[in-house]
Write a protein of this length. Sequence first.
Length: 314
Amino acid sequence: MEGKNETPVSEFLFLGLTNHLYQKIVLFNMLLFVYLVTMGGNLGMVTLIWADPRLHTPMYFFLSHLSFVDMCSSSSIAPRMLYDIFTEKKAISFVGCAIQSWFAGLFVGTECFLLAAMAYDRDTAICKSLLYTLIMSKRVCAQLVVGPYAFAIINITTHTTLAFCLPFCGSNTINHFFCDVSPLFSLACADSWVNKVVLFVLSGAIGVFSCLIIIVSYVSILMTILKIQTADGKRKAFSTCSSHLAAVSILYGTLFFIYVRPSASFSLNINKMISLFYTVVIPMLNPLIYSLRNKEVKGAFRRKVQKKHFPAGR
Ligand SMILES: *[C@@H]1O[C@H](CO)[C@@H](O)[C@H](O)[C@H]1NC(C)=O
């Protein structure tokens, strides 16, 4: 093109978030804190659900998978980022970059679809409460967990394959802190419009599909709650889905913002901040959302702690 060296790129370089030492120190500590809270909170959630028979219900089965996905998505990004903050040359190999973008995309995608499956679960629990245990059999629960992984694998495998089949030569600096699919497009030396169209259409289609499941579930939940006569009954029904509603609003709110924003209207730094939020901060929030507002989780936690300090028989 401009007589640049046209040798194929064998590694990528991250630009990172900041160059100031002070900001680096603050960022490192914050990120380390968030990552440790994420791992601790989600691991605690999985352990609690696994150990307490009272939490062996479909909702908590899904929640334990959500926690697992949160740990994985955070781990596919945060450790590498922590390592890179103080490294001068933030290089990642071509293959390493493909692997990171695949795993990061897999877990973020799975989280979206898992939240849709959980909306269906809440819908069944509230609107068809008498048939709930019948409908949510072990088999259906397993399908509702495998489905999200399958959808996410199809999505991310398509995008990653298409992106890494592009020819890369010349510039190899990714203006991002992890290997995401779309920042690679501008580095390719061929036209990437096919990738952009596929990204827009496929992500849009499955995004709309899972959004629709959530919206339909919540409309039906709302109609059921409105039909309940007593205020107490209304509050009880709502409380079983309020945590999920909070989790959905935060994740889908963020993704929607990313998807609909005109890409030119924000600086790249804002885009990076938003990515940081949904890849690193949201995985930390889910266990907090589900434990703070939830009597069952708090009760299970108390029982575990009490058992340890005051063994049975007192
Ligand atoms: C599909 O993968 C792309 C690329 O990582 C991602 O931006 C998008 O959010 C994913 N779509 C869904 C619905 O998970």
